[in-house]
Design a protein around this ligand. Sequence first.
Ligand code: IPD
Ligand code: CA
Ligand code: CA
Ligand code: CA
Length: 274
Amino acid sequence: MNEKIRSQLYQDAKQWIKEAGTTIREKINDPLIVDTKSNPNDLVTTMDKETEKYFVNKIKTKYDDHQLLSEEGFGDKVKSLDGTVWIIDPIDGTMNFVQQKRNFAISVGIYHDGVGEIGFIYNVMDDVLYSAIKGEGAYKNGVKIPPLKEKVPFEKAMISLNHFWLCENRLVEEEVMQELVKTVRGTRTYGSAALEFAYVAEGIMDGYLTMRLAPWDIAAGIVIVNEVGGVTTNVAGEKINMLVNNSILVCHPSIQKTIIKDYIIKGKKRLGHN
Ligand code: IPD
Ligand code: CA
Ligand code: CA
Ligand code: CA
């Protein structure tokens, strides 16, 4: 992607994200209409929809040849990653937004011909913006995030994972995942995939493991984590397809093999899967 265009896109996206964040903060105590989608805990609010519409309007006005892949359905039916595609989650962590009024993020990834060029994750209530341009490093509120440290021993690792891994599930035997929890130093569940990616980039978490995420949950995070030397694959260690849902393993490179071999593959085998 042309440097000048990329830099303009970065500036525009940053400004629009900050503006959208300001609006959310101003309205945080306004009455909310909360609807449900696929199940009673799959929430969507007027704020998710309004924020997405705000981005659609800004992007389509200035960049009418760009495509927009976003959660709440106001974007395009994106079938290919050719050209420039904005991949947006207007509010990642809607349950946190509704129940806690914090711990949620705006996530914006900009891809060109399938390559992640720009990523932004904005923790709205804390006013913390994680950003990255491919090849130029990752930043937290404008301060460069250092590359991930050389090695993380598995028993000293902090891993984000959803507690469903520890319940009976179709992917891995839960006892094997319970072993993982007992082996590592600590585990956390933050409830916003985008923020969990950002924490891995920042080096305050060493990995994030999740069964099924949509492109808008991960598009920005992938760009940011890659810039500090983290690995971003599915739980089998394969490349992520940005047009479908994927399982996700994002982590420090030194613990990737252990997680895949000793837990994912082993947990699958124990269920009788190959
Ligand atoms: C959700 C959050 C959550 C993850 C879910 C996502 P949403 O996104 O990222 O942490 O576990 O799978 O769907 O719906 O709040 O944008
Ligand atoms: Ca959602
Ligand atoms: Ca999301
Ligand atoms: Ca969302």
